[in-house]
Design a protein around this ligand. Sequence first.
Ligand SMILES: Nc1nc2c(ncn2[C@@H]2O[C@H](COP(=O)(O)OP(=O)(O)O)[C@@H](O)[C@H]2O)c(=O)[nH]1
Ligand SMILES: [Mg+2]
Length: 70
Amino acid sequence: MFAAVEALIVTKSDYLPLNPDFDMEALKSQAAVLNPGIKVFMTNARTGDGIFELAEWVVRRRSTEMAGTE
Ligand SMILES: Nc1nc2c(ncn2[C@@H]2O[C@H](COP(=O)(O)OP(=O)(O)O)[C@@H](O)[C@H]2O)c(=O)[nH]1
Ligand SMILES: [Mg+2]
């Protein structure tokens, strides 16, 4: 799965501190082994953290895709 996707989105980031085993840097490095180009986003719908960055990437990615189909 990690090899096939372009982006990995970790949602509900406000819960992450509740899990002492979660290690964002380990997740990123392990995902990068399977997919060196993968983009990793962390979002929080409660605070809005990370949503802008994700939306910006989606819009940019979409316009690249559309440019390729013309
Ligand atoms: N604490 C917290 N709750 C969230 C967040 N995003 C969604 N939720 C809540 O989690 C539940 C499931 O939401 P959903 O967006 O469907 O997440 P999914 O089940 O992972 O697809 C709902 O009660 C949402 O209000 C978040 O960033 N933080
Ligand atoms: Mg859901």
